[in-house]
Design a protein around this ligand. Sequence first.
Ligand code: ZN
Length: 274
Amino acid sequence: MAEGYARRGERSQPTSPAEHLRGRRRDRRRRSGSRVPDGHRRRRPRSRVSDGHPRPRPLPRLPFPVAAPASADGAGSPDRAEQSWRKLAAGNERFVSGRQKHPHESLRWREKLVEGQKPFAAVLGCGDSRVPPELVFDEGLGDLFTVRAAGEVLDGSVVGSLEYAVEHLHVPLVVILGHESCGAVKAAIDLVNGTGHFTGDVSLLVRAIEPAVRATPADPDKARFLAACVAEQTRRTATLLVERSTIIREALQHGVKVVPASYELRTGRVTRLG
Ligand SMILES: [Zn+2]
């Protein structure tokens, strides 16, 4: 470190009596507080938005604002995570019954989104072509921050993407969406049974699911065992995500939720698992 520079937080030593005196005056001003001529302590003006209401106070302790400012769709209320889940559940109900609205697909909406995105939930789903999150929840452009990886396997890119959604896009809800007859989970069962052989990075993927299969109680009914393994993998992914990510763990303390859920291929229904 160059001579003459104080470290951050360290006070530099005065080098002359005049400088020493200036330092003492400065310290007195700090102790008494900076005052304006009328004797009132100087206060920062309250920042206001254009409608004249004060801005919401930032949440304590978190290095980022998890609660986004209130908006027209009701975001910003105390229980944004449950509101987001109810919205997803309502969309899934429309999908199940075949009465989809197909919202947010218009040309006008698409152009509006050029300004930026504000998704109301993040979904980590399998890459399976039968389970596209926007379709099964009947949502449109800009509604969901979607990350997909076979078997919902976590790696650095997946975790980082979800952290981005929570930290920068302020989504209040992260859904881990497993599904019926997941090929990736089937492959992990084959691996455990010694009947599967996988090469390339597929082997890494399958090995990442293996602990979920080993943790699932044996069941002679193959379909039932697969369903139980899928549920275990989905719940386990939700737990691992929270364990692995400091950002998401801290966000949970401020109302963000990580919810495991499972999709049924035949009915199209998503069931919450936790
Ligand atoms: Zn799958």
